[in-house]
Design a protein around this ligand. Sequence first.
Ligand code: TRP
Ligand code: ZN
Length: 481
Amino acid sequence: MATLRSAGRLPLAVTAAGAATLALLAPAAAADVRYEPGAPGMGDPYFPDLGNGGYDVTHYYIKTAYDPGTDELTGTTTVKATTTQNLSRFNLDFHKMNVRSVRVNGRAASFDRTGERELEITPPRGLRKHSAFTVTVRYDGVPQVLSGPVVFDLPYGFLPTRDGATVMSEPDGASTWFPSNDHPRDKALVTLETTVPHGLKAIGNGRLVRQWSAHGEDTFLWREDRPTATYLVTNSIGRFDVSTTTTPKGVPQLDAVDPEIASDPDALSTPRHTTRVTDELAGYFGDYPFTSTGSIVENDNVPPLNLENALETQTRPTYQSPPVERGVAHEIGHQWFGDSVSVRDWRDIWLNEGFAKWVEWYWAEKHGGQPAQLSFQQSYDNPPPIQPDRPPFWDLVIADPTRDQLFHRAIYFRGAMTLQALRHKIGDGPFLRLVRTWVDGKRYGNAGTGEFEALAEKVSGQDLDAFFKAWLHSPTKPTTW
Ligand code: TRP
Ligand code: ZN
């Protein structure tokens, strides 16, 4: 830049010659640039191969067609990203599906399967640092359902339901159905276009932009316009009664309920609870972080599935069976704690589940139920039972529970107890100020336990080292704090 500006003082002919020389030099200089492969992981100690290095995703355009007869998913996912280094090649996380083709910036790229869920992509030319690029992956297959100790020993990921499929991916299931940078540290906007046989619907995150019919099939186009972690993306397919409204505070709401349970009292009241919880929690914690709310209510707590979990899929939690009001408070609570403010590493999970469980307690307190302090006391005196093959309740280190205990009950209950004990210690006013500052300062981002501790000390003006050591960092029941 400086060279060109001083060249402007020279006679015109020389300037032109100088410019020509520069132009000649530029390609030679470019050839000297070193391009290196992006890392195959994000550096999360619990999941070393989740996420990738070398780029940041800005937008996923996920196009799928689903056949409930065969469970086959046909997809084209376009990933729009920006490089963070000079890239010779890079990875996407993608599990098992048959990859038909990969294009980078519109040109065919070579690809390879280098691990359980690693799709290694080599574009025809290196990608310069700080440049935008697009990757389009065409694929098909039956998404592999995950299961194991991490999530209650239950199936998760892209799940067949009684009349279609639903998606509940936390923590590492997103890459079973779309190629992604599958770690909450790389959030992106999401556009989902799903085609299903006529009579079925597809429900995604955010707002329904358009829907249309052609050749006996229906297509639904959804867009989520706030940064979304990959595990919070949904694509729920089946028969649904869809209703829409706007909350009194102005948040557009869409609820999709399996018609088989439409008259179940809990299913009937889920939209109403969702409206109330969305607006009321905004009064406590600060504005609702997203531009829509709602629910997806399935009917899977009956044979052969017998599932009754829920996941805080962004803007629109997914319930495997009709939730009670407390369940809605938990999942909508996650929209602040987990979805907007997300873990930096998966070991920070208590910041999601401890908060969501505490929101249940707080909700009860605000609605004529027992005070949260009593819920604290009951859990302290009588912690919930733990399966024999899991560590006993007080043995878990909440801030670093190990991968297989991410959703251990102590994460929920001792996490919530930590927050309630903190509220008790620093006082209601400072505690709510802490929570509001937390969700405001970290909105759409990531944060870890250390940052929460630091903010708590700052807002309260107290030294909380011993407190957090006892509650979050010690595998024993706190007695003094
Ligand atoms: N986050 C869920 C909750 O609200 C629990 C959960 C984690 C989950 N992974 C899941 C539920 C996968 C269904 C499927 O507590
Ligand atoms: Zn939860």
